[in-house]
Write a new protein. Sequence first.
Length: 137
Amino acid sequence: MKYWLLKSEPDVWSIDQQKKTGIKGAPWDGVRNYQAAKNLKNMKKGDLCFFYHSNIGKEIVGIVKVIKEAYIDKTDRTGRFVAVTVQFKNKFSKPVTLENIKKNKDLSHLALIKQSRLSVMPVDYKSWKIINNMSKI
C-alpha cells in the first residue's frame, strides 16, 4: 500500500461533500498538472490519501481511500488526463495545519512544503504516521 495527499479547495469540494458520497465514492478529477496526473496513475486500489483543504484552511482534514484506479477523466476534453475514485474513510476531529506540518523537522522533506502547488503527491509511511498522530493531539 502507498500513501498520498490530495488537495482540494473546500469551497469547490470539501471533506464533508466527500463523506456524503458514501461507499460509492467520487471521482478525483480535474487534475491538469502532468506530475500530479502521473501520481494519480501510480495509485492502486486500497491506497490511502490525506484529504487537504487548500487555500481556505490549509490543513489536512481527513483520509480517503482509492477504490478505483486511474481512468480517463471525463472532465478533460483532450483525453490526456486521468481520475481515480476515492471513498471517504474518516474526518479528523483535529485538522493538521500546514503551519504545524512546517514546524515538524521530520516532515520538512514533504512535497506539500517543497512543491506547494502540486495537487496530488506521495507521502512516505513515516510521515503518514507522524501526521496521523498529530491529528490526535
